[in-house]
Design a protein around this ligand. Structure first.
Ligand code: FES
Ligand code: MG
Length: 591
């Protein structure tokens, strides 16, 4: 062991080698010895490295980590650490009702409690499925122990009848075909299942690939971590290298607060636009920023990200899937191209122990059909618009997925580019939407905007991915595949719907959407980023005065706890009281 490693006293020694409290020390030693660890190593100068296991039978998107564990542990051992795997609360996006988003803060809490309450000096965060990545970063932020993210990686590309079948994307396509009567129930199932050919998370640039790209752009993983498909040999090598690296981070005391600075978040915002990333990224990164104590605001997404071009040709904004993205260079290639254009803060520190600029040196696109250069992108101005008005203080619009057809139909009527006025159709939640969408009495035509409310953090609870509503069957049969949609919930990162979502504050806590009525005229103006109900001031005020919050019924204790403490999506949907707990590794728990 090198000299710089000598005489370190790690936090775990407070458990395993504390002459001031022999009674407790013996109890810690005897029980950890009875599995595989010896007294000698537990009392040595080796750091204990926790491995937060997010994979399980209930969480198939992250199950690859069960098989990567040997390689992670081998890396930790190789570098002189003691690996200890532990489970955290599972989150499976496509398994958990009423929504996986409800559990992000629960997984966060469970990680914080483990990292604080056990003899752990550093941690490998196993990430993958949508909410697991932000939950892990949020927990690491609160505790501020050295931490490194290891993605499980996307699935192999899915194929259906000779065409790429992308996670989620094929669901949205198939449900339109089903509505139009072009396929039946069985073909629907077969089409969708073809998109998931192996272990791994969604193979589109949905929320999982986005959030892992964000972890990498923030500097919280090794270079190239996020895009390696789950079954590839490079994924096993990355697991080993990540295990090795975290030990060095502990010796160097390289902490999340050294890495996740304001510059790192600005890098992540720029990368999100360039990859055509998910609208779930803003609330998740906002939550991470709040737990690490970095000042970030929802408007930063338009300010730093809107003018960034779309450079990744991957579904839902493009054509390819995860395998092609990896072969074209993945996130470091995108960042390398952005860096050449001066869009990356080079000096941001990263988990490698080097700056982002050093990490990216020499990286560029290996296939410009999949990852473009900055100057010849797929589309200019691909970041989010952040809208406001009398319906909400803020809501996001992902412009990179707006099709030319949609632009022409809704946003560029003669002489009125970017402004759209339409009749509001208001649904009270997904059940109401499904019940009434095809009701002829609503007279939904192409001059309507569909609204959905009471599906935010408090309302749903957890904020549901339901804003990407499809038009009534009759309109789809006429070839109108999208209407503008607006809501206080979220939508899947795999959706190509040009929705206006994450509206904050949500209707259930009295946000403006609560007072909208079916039949109102609403104006969307993308030139000044506003959306307003054109209702006379007096009448609007009368509706506000008459409003009573709808009853909500929680079905589990956690739902009630969550609803009591959660904030709005624009503020990250955090447990508000949790944001007061920062860098808690400095407070040792009582013995
Ligand atoms: Fe888990 Fe998409 S459902 S990553
Ligand atoms: Mg989702």
């Amino acid at each position: 062991m090198s000299d710089t490693r000598a005489n370190k006293r790690f936090r775990s020694q407070e458990w395993f080698d504390n002459p001031n409290n022999p009674g407790m020390t013996a109890l810690y030693l005897e029980r950890y010895q009875n599995q595989e660890f010896t007294r000698e190593e537990l009392q040595s100068e080796k750091p204990v490295i926790g491995i937060a296991q997010t994979g399980s039978d209930l969480a198939p998107c992250n199950k690859i980590h069960v098989f990567l564990m040997d390689r992670i542990k081998a890396g930790i051992r190789e570098a002189g650490g003691i690996p200890m795997e532990f489970p955290v609360h599972p989150i499976q996006e496509t398994g958990k009702r009423p929504t996986a988003a409800l559990d992000r803060n629960l997984q966060y809490l469970s990680l914080v409690e483990v990292l604080h309450g056990y003899p752990i000096d550093g941690v490998v965060l196993t990430t993958g499925c949508d909410k697991t990545t932000p939950a892990m970063l949020m927990g690491a932020a609160t505790v501020d122990l050295p931490a490194i993210a290891l993605n499980g990686g996307p699935m192999l590309d899915g194929w259906w009848k000779g065409k790429r079948a992308g996670s989620g994307a094929i669901v949205w396509e198939s449900r339109r075909l089903l509505a139009a009567g072009e396929i039946d129930y069985d073909e629907f199932m077969s089409r969708v299942c073809s998109s998931a050919p192996s272990l791994g998370h969604c193979n589109t640039m949905g929320t999982a690939s986005t959030m892992n790209a964000m972890a990498e752009a923030l500097g919280m993983s090794l270079t190239g971590n996020s895009a390696i498909p789950a079954p590839f040999r490079e994924r096993m090598a990355m697991a080993y290298e990540t295990g090795k690296r975290i030990v060095g981070m502990v010796y160097d005391d390289l902490k999340p607060s050294d890495i996740m600075t304001r510059a790192a978040f600005e890098n992540a915002i720029v990368v999100n636009a360039a990859i055509g990333g998910s609208t779930n990224a803003p609330p998740h990164l906002q939550a991470v920023a709040r737990h690490i104590g970095v000042d970030l605001h929802v408007t930063d997404w338009e300010k730093h990200g809107f003018d960034v071009p779309l450079m990744v040709n991957m579904q839902p904004a493009g054509e390819y899937l995860g395998e092609s993205f990896f072969r074209a260079g993945g996130v470091p290639a995108v960042m390398g191209e952005l860096r050449k254009a001066g869009r990356i803060h080079d000096d941001a520190m990263t988990a490698t122990g080097k700056t982002m600029g050093d990490n990216l040196s020499g990286w560029e696109s290996q296939d410009t059909d999949v990852i473009t250069t900055y100057d010849a992108p797929m589309r200019q101005n691909a970041g989010f618009k952040v809208l406001s008005g009398n319906l909400f203080d803020s809501a996001l619009m992902k412009t990179s997925v707006i099709s030319d057809d949609f632009r022409q139909r809704f946003l560029s009527k003669a002489g009125n580019e970017g402004v759209h006025e339409a009749r509001a159709i208001v649904f009270e939640g997904p059940e109401d939407y499904h019940d009434r969408l095809n009701d002829p009495a609503l007279e939904i035509d192409e001059n309507c905007i569909l609204f959905i409310r009471n599906v935010g953090c408090v309302g749903y609870p957890g904020s549901a991915e339901v804003v990407n509503m499809q038009p009534p069957d009759a309109l789809i049969k006429q070839g109108i595949n999208h209407l503008p949609t607006v809501g206080d919930g979220r939508q899947s990162g795999t959706s190509e719907s040009p929705s206006i979502l994450n509206a904050s504050p949500e209707a259930l806590v009295g946000g403006g959407l609560a007072y909208l009525q079916t039949g109102d005229t609403v104006r969307l103006n993308l030139n000044d980023s506003t959306m307003n109900a054109l209702v006379p001031e007096e009448e609007w005020q009368a509706r506000v005065d008459a409003w009573e919050a709808p009853d909500i019924v929680s079905q589990t204790p956690w739902q009630e706890i969550y609803r009591t403490h959660v904030g709005q999506l624009a503020e990250g949907g955090c447990l508000e009281l949790a944001t007061a707990y920062q860098k808690i590794r400095h407070t040792l728990p009582r013995d």
